[in-house]
Write a protein that binds this ligand. Sequence first.
Ligand code: MN
Length: 499
Amino acid sequence: MDETEKKFQELLARVSEYNPNADTDGIRKAWEFAKLAHGEGKRPSGELWLSHVIKVAVLLASWKLDTAAIMAAILHDTVFAGAAKSEDLEKEFNPGVLMLIRGVTQIDNLTLGAGKKEEFVENLRKLILVIARDIRVILLRLADRLENLKTLWELPAAQALDKAQETLEIYAPLAERLGIGTVKGELEDLAFPYAHPEDYKWIVKESKPYFGRAEKSIQTMRRKLLKLLAQENLRAQIQGRKKHLYSLWKKLNRPEIGRDFSKIYDIIALRILVPDVPGCYTALGVVHQAYKPVPHLGISDFIAQPKPNGYQSIHTRVFGPGGEVVEVQIRTYEMHAHAEYGVAAHWGYAEAKSQGLSNERLEKGVLVERDKLSWMRELVKWQKEMTDSEEFLKAIKFDALSHRIFVFSPKGDVFDLPAGATPIDFAFAVHTDLGRQLGGVKVDGKIVPLDFCLTSGQVVEILKVKAPRAPSPDWLNFVTTRTARQEVKKYLRKAGQKA
Ligand code: MN
């Protein structure tokens, strides 16, 4: 058996482990298809395409994604880089898998790093629309980017720089927004040397002694705390977490730090993982008894008050064994999984929690609707911040984005409407029949009038009446979309003919 075949078997074993209901025949079929399409084809780096797609699939498996996502990962480059035609794909695979591949390809074609600013805004908007439909699309995109960054040297320098910048400007913040901490840090550190080569060299050299010293005190503290926590009957794990180089560099460049390493307290942090929330506070007490908290730096309790992206943890700064400041982070195992894998963790947890569910639903990966809505609203907010923060975008006030809004159906489907759109526009955008059955409207759970002006991120629920209702001529005074206008006019014309 050759190397890629072996890796594929490992992938299958891994998927079956977290998802006993996985459609292994489907995954095998995707693999056979990819083998035909890629053959012995190699990337400029000399790596086999087949080996690349397996690596992307393995990453998705480490996030415990479902069969469709694993299949899409195996197939994602068969048309772009292999001998397959889109028609072949469409014949062989189901719409769920095809939708994921299409989504990833769509995003691939959006250049976000360079180009005209108006284009950037417009493309960012498209990106949000594509990924808001299905979170797996962006997880697949991030996994692919992560793998591609590892061989960025295979590209001409200018192109590598573009990819690195795009990663730092778009994909890493996006990963952070979605709460996928591990991916964010890795993406940044892989892109760092290409985007800022001189600074990268500088920080690798300068940070070495600091990492070395911090490592020593962390080991001393770890041994002592493990003993004390055991005395409290806490089943705890303690890890040392090294700060990623890119985020260290960013922090060093803050004016109040002024490139002074001694002002960085979390170059290595101590991370304590415990089974439950009361355990977190017990652990905090243990830490503070062993090592005095630093008065003016204080405690941040993100368990009582989670960060906007859902991050939960208690952070405290204490004086370590040598008198130096050390950051200690305390959280439950579940909070840890969410901090590391964010939205991806929903799949795994939902699965674990849903043992009573049918095989079919399990296989789909059960995403709680409310969670789905909350991450999509995060996307809308993120996209606003992205464009707001850019100085140049202020210049073009009436850009593509400010002309459009995103709103959600109660099921979490996203709709893209012109600014000023009303619930009537929304109803007709969903379906013409829905427009005709319009009884009332709830926005974010509250009843609103029909001429209500919708804004991005809102959830719009149309309350249906049984019998179709005649649109009122008044509606023409405030609807904004062509579809709604035409439908209303059409109805009024017909009604006029009858009368
Ligand atoms: Mn790829």
